[in-house]
Design a protein around this ligand. Structure first.
Ligand code: FAQ
Length: 324
């Protein structure tokens, strides 16, 4: 049933304004009327995105004590802190849609909310940290540049800032891969093995094929998404294959081939059974990620309580000063 079916006269004028804003490529802001489904679609996507940033900090955080040099450690630390910042912008954008931060985080902790499939894979070597920066952040940029033009103002603005930081993340990963690929044969093998592990999961980050995408059409109609999952995936492949060639590494896809007519690379079938299995349970890595996330949340309880107590004391002082 259409969202417009049972609208009151007030809602009708809101709906007309909403459509006019979309048509004029202007942003929808929190004060504006919006269809309930638009709000829900955004809360779903933005909260999943925020959770991905937070859970994405865990595999890299595990490598902080094992980074090979002080410089690498400082750079990785800065990247992880950026991811925390991204999550904060995104949780804030979610709050502008009327869901409390507690509610959103609770949904992650009790397993109702998703985060990106990519963070349910193990990170066994330092080369995997490089591959994450190069491929995972590379895929995230391709996806998020599109989201800078999202119709919802707070999300689009958060994305602009996030994209600037993501390009530094991608560079740090690629630089790790360059060093390894130009190193000893053993180091080059580490880089190749990491590429083998992360290539296909990175392609899955863009979501199912367009024909299987549940939200794609509605999301595109409302200008939340501007490009389809398959379109973005192809763009990522076309951009990344030459980077792998520069490294002297082989993309683990025997069907990968430049198609002169299409002006794109053809590539082999994606294992969607693996994608579904990763989403369902996440296996041992998923359990480990969520256990680490819950422990961090519990350990941080005193910080939240202290911040609330401080805010209340400040408010009381301001009231007292105003009453004098
Ligand atoms: N993982 O109907 P569609 C990062 C689900 S940030 C898990 O096509 P949509 C930075 C989808 O939710 C990475 N689930 O969905 C970083 C839906 O299920 P639902 C995160 C997935 O929303 C780097 C169902 O499949 N980025 O990495 C995935 O139109 C390094 C049907 O799919 C974002 O979240 C997946 N990969 O398109 C941090 C970007 N794909 O909800 C630390 C914002 C699909 O009905 C270290 N999100 N599903 O139960 C988006 O652009 C979109 O949500 C897509 C999916 C493109 C991901």
């Amino acid at each position: 049933m259409s969202d417009q079916a049972h609208l009151s006269p007030e809602d009708e004028s809101g709906a007309a304004r909403f459509q006019a804003l979309l048509d004029r490529e202007e942003k929808i802001e929190p004060r504006d009327w919006m269809p309930d489904r638009y709000r829900k679609l955004l809360v779903r996507q933005i909260s999943q995105h925020a959770h991905s940033e937070v859970v994405g900090m865990l595999p890299e955080g595990n490598w902080l004590t094992r980074a090979p040099t002080l410089k690498r450690k400082a750079v990785l630390l800065a990247k992880i802190q950026d991811e925390a910042g991204h999550a904060l912008y995104l949780y804030s954008a979610c709050e502008t849609l009327g869901t409390s931060r507690e509610e959103t985080i609770e949904a992650l902790l009790d397993g109702r909310a998703k985060y990106s499939s990519i963070f349910n894979y193990p990170v066994p070597t330092w080369a995997d940290v490089g591959a994450i920066g190069w491929l995972v952040d590379g895929a995230a940029i391709v996806n998020q540049v599109m989201l800078c033009r999202c119709s919802y103002g707070p999300y689009a603005r958060a994305m602009e800032r996030i994209c600037k930081e993501e390009s530094f993340h991608q560079r740090q990963g690629y630089e790790i891969m360059i060093k390894l690929a130009q190193g000893t044969p053993a180091q080059k093998k580490l880089a190749q093995d990491a590429l083998n592990r992360w290539w296909w999961p990175s392609l899955m980050m863009f979501g199912p094929h367009d024909s299987e995408s549940t939200h794609g059409n509605q999301s595109t109609e409302w200008k939340i998404k501007r490009r389809s999952n398959d379109d973005l995936r192809q763009h990522f492949i076309d951009m990344t294959v030459p980077q792998a060639e520069f490294l002297g590494l082989t993309v683990p896809d025997p069907d990968l081939k430049w198609n002169e007519d299409r002006g794109h690379y053809d590539f082999g079938p994606i294992n969607w059974d693996e994608f579904k299995a990763v989403l369902k349970g996440g296996g041992p890595v998923g359990r480990e990620r969520m256990a680490a996330r819950r422990a961090a949340h519990d350990d941080g309880a005193w910080v939240r309580e202290a911040a609330i107590a401080h805010a209340e004391k400040r408010k009381a002082r301001q009231h007292a000063a105003a009453a004098e």
